[in-house]
Design a protein around this ligand. Structure first.
Ligand code: 3PG
Length: 215
């Protein structure tokens, strides 16, 4: 089994976590697989997906011997954190500060991304031992907000989530973000015509935009 630090390194190096929020379990699996083909290395299956635990378990097994990090999102309580860990999740994400999730994830050495918005929330999240701070909802704050809060809080590894597209990747990294939380641009790219190749293409666009932004 890969260590937490290997998984964290993969997330940091790839620069993005794909958030998958779909109506059916089959769709979630198809999106995940198409995105991995396009270069995505970290998957966050949200608990609002149908049979999310089954999807996590399927993907954790499928990618067990690879560097793809399978995770769970919208973890709101200890019971859910425990359940997804047992299903094979190695990345736990919450929209808010959820100390029980952090405790369970740390016990089993899963990577954590914990939601925060204000400087107080960001610092509380760092103090609580989360690996990464999910700035959510990021589209209302913008890259300048990250730049401003990182002046007094440079230790916060910020992952903006909400409204991230290939067009603004450069701005988020220039502001000092550690990685990006990406949802609909990739995970809903197939919606119009059911063509999952569009998910792969959207993922490739992000991989390219991240490489360009970091060059
Ligand atoms: C989510 O919770 O689905 C995220 O905020 C994703 O946002 P996005 O679809 O705007 O990337």
């Amino acid at each position: 089994m890969r260590t937490k630090y290997e998984n964290l390194k993969t997330i940091m190096e790839s620069g993005m976590v794909l958030i998958i929020r779909t109506d059916s379990a089959e769709e979630a699996k198809q999106v995940a697989q198409a995105a991995v083909e396009g270069g995505v290395k970290a998957l966050e299956i949200t608990m609002s997906c149908a049979n999310a635990v089954g999807v996590i378990s399927y993907l954790a097994e499928k990618y067990a011997d690879t560097d793809v990090v399978v995770g769970a999102g919208t973890i709101l309580d200890a019971e859910t954190a425990n359940t997804v860990m047992l299903a094979g999740a190695r990345l736990l994400v919450s929209p808010n500060l959820n100390p029980k999730m952090l405790e369970i994830a740390n016990r089993y050495q899963a990577v954590t991304i914990s939601g925060a918005l204000t400087p107080t929330e960001i610092l509380n999240t760092v103090n609580s031992g989360a690996d990464l701070v999910k700035l959510f909802p990021a589209e209302f704050m913008g890259p300048n907000y990250v730049k401003t809060v990182k002046a007094p809080l440079p230790q916060a590894a910020i992952v903006p989530t909400g409204g991230v597209t290939p067009d603004n990747v450069k701005d988020w990294f220039a502001a000092g973000c550690a990685a990006l939380g990406v949802g609909s641009y990739i995970s809903k790219a197939h919606k119009k015509d059911g063509d999952y190749a569009k998910v792969t293409t959207a993922a490739q666009e992000f991989v390219k935009a991240i490489a360009t932004a970091r060059a």
